[in-house]
Design a protein around this ligand. Structure first.
Ligand SMILES: NC(=O)c1ccc[n+]([C@@H]2O[C@H](COP(=O)([O-])OP(=O)(O)OC[C@H]3O[C@@H](n4cnc5c(N)ncnc54)[C@H](OP(=O)(O)O)[C@@H]3O)[C@@H](O)[C@H]2O)c1
Length: 311
């Protein structure tokens, strides 16, 4: 997939993320390094996304629950990139259910200003509501209608993946989940691998904290790169999609460079098998920075869920 280059900036050399081929029906290629927009305030989002696009990001991650889809769409419209870069957005918990999901999808599509959403994820399984299986069927229908290129899920544990596979007969191509050195979820990753599901790592830097660990610092010194780049290269070498977020242009750039291998110009590098293994070994099943998907029910408009009778 070559999604073109921003009009005036075609003259400049831009960084480019490598792509991963997904295991969906059409073997879609996704840029492996995307730009995360969680907790970028709406008033800063358009600028941040425009900067990311200018640097060379061709994959933007947002969600209805981030309340910045409109501003992501504004950036796409202002740069002429709507429909030319990969955009992922997510369905809020309160919009789960077959019919509700279709309504929410249309609202996201309107805000983003695109006809087709590249990837649409169920944000959380929200098992307490009991709607995620029918919601998954709604996403598959939207895919069959041509409105979504790749339907997927987020925060799904093996039990939730198993349920939707049994119910619909189809596994998602992507599960966006929390993965970073100190919480790298080997069991969930193995389940995904066995079912051909690509893992997209959210909070890939552990909110910037995991970069302080010894093996990460040692590899950074050995390769002459930053600790953040070591962590992101660990992800990409192990085959994960990553969506780091930064408000700072220099970090945005260094994070995108970290997707490149040693063969690339622009400062790419490869970690050794021993360095990869040392980072894997940092795993601590209690070091998550986000919620437990088995029990996460609040937030994302709890009040809305009440009004809709979901809970
Ligand atoms: N599906 C879900 O439930 C879910 C949940 C959480 C996140 N996400 C997605 O994943 C994206 C990324 O996750 P995240 O924002 O939680 O965490 P993250 O990307 O792991 O970490 C972001 C933090 O790290 C800092 N940072 C960024 N690049 C750095 C670098 N090179 N060196 C040192 N520090 C660096 C940032 O600070 P500065 O901004 O100051 O640079 C920010 O404080 C989100 O934006 C969102 O799109 C999805």
């Amino acid at each position: 997939m070559n999604r073109g280059i921003m009009g005036e900036q075609t003259q400049q050399s831009q960084l480019q993320s490598p792509e991963l081929t997904l295991n969906d029906k059409t073997c879609t290629a996704i840029p492996q390094v995307g730009f995360g927009t969680f907790q970028i305030p709406p008033e800063d989002t358009q600028r941040a996304v425009e900067e990311a696009l200018e640097i060379g990001y061709r994959h933007i991650d947002t969600a209805a629950a981030y309340y910045n889809e409109q501003q992501v769409g504004d950036a796409l419209r202002a740069t002429g990139m709507a429909g030319k870069v990969w955009v992922t957005t997510k369905l809020r918990n309160c919009d789960q259910g077959y019919d509700a999901a279709r309504v929410a999808f249309d609202e996201s599509r309107r805000k983003l200003g695109v006809d087709v959403i590249d990837m649409y994820l169920i944000h959380w399984p929200f098992p307490a509501a009991g709607f995620y299986e029918e919601t998954w069927r709604a996403l598959l229908r939207l895919r069959d209608e041509g409105a979504i290129r790749v339907p997927g899920v987020s925060n799904f544990l093996p039990e939730h993946l198993r349920a939707i596979i049994e119910d619909s007969g189809e596994a998602p191509a992507v599960n966006q989940v929390e993965v970073h050195p100190r919480f790298n979820q080997p069991g969930l990753r193995a389940y995904c691998k066995a079912h051909g599901i690509a893992v997209e790592a959210y909070s890939p830097l552990g909110h910037g904290k995991d970069i302080m660990s010894d093996p990460v610092q040692a590899a950074a010194a050995a390769h002459g790169v930053t600790a953040g780049q070591v962590v992101l290269r660990w992800h990409t070498q192990e085959g994960r999609i990553v969506i780091p977020k930064s408000k700072h242009v220099e970090r945005m750039r260094e994070n995108l460079v970290a997707g490149l291998g040693a063969g690339a110009a622009e400062g790419g590098f490869d970690l050794t098998p021993a360095e990869l293994a040392a980072i894997d070994a940092l795993d601590d099943p209690h070091a998550n920075v986000s919620a437990d998907p088995a029990t996460f029910t609040h937030s994302q408009s709890w009040a809305d869920q009440h009004v809709r009778g979901n809970i």
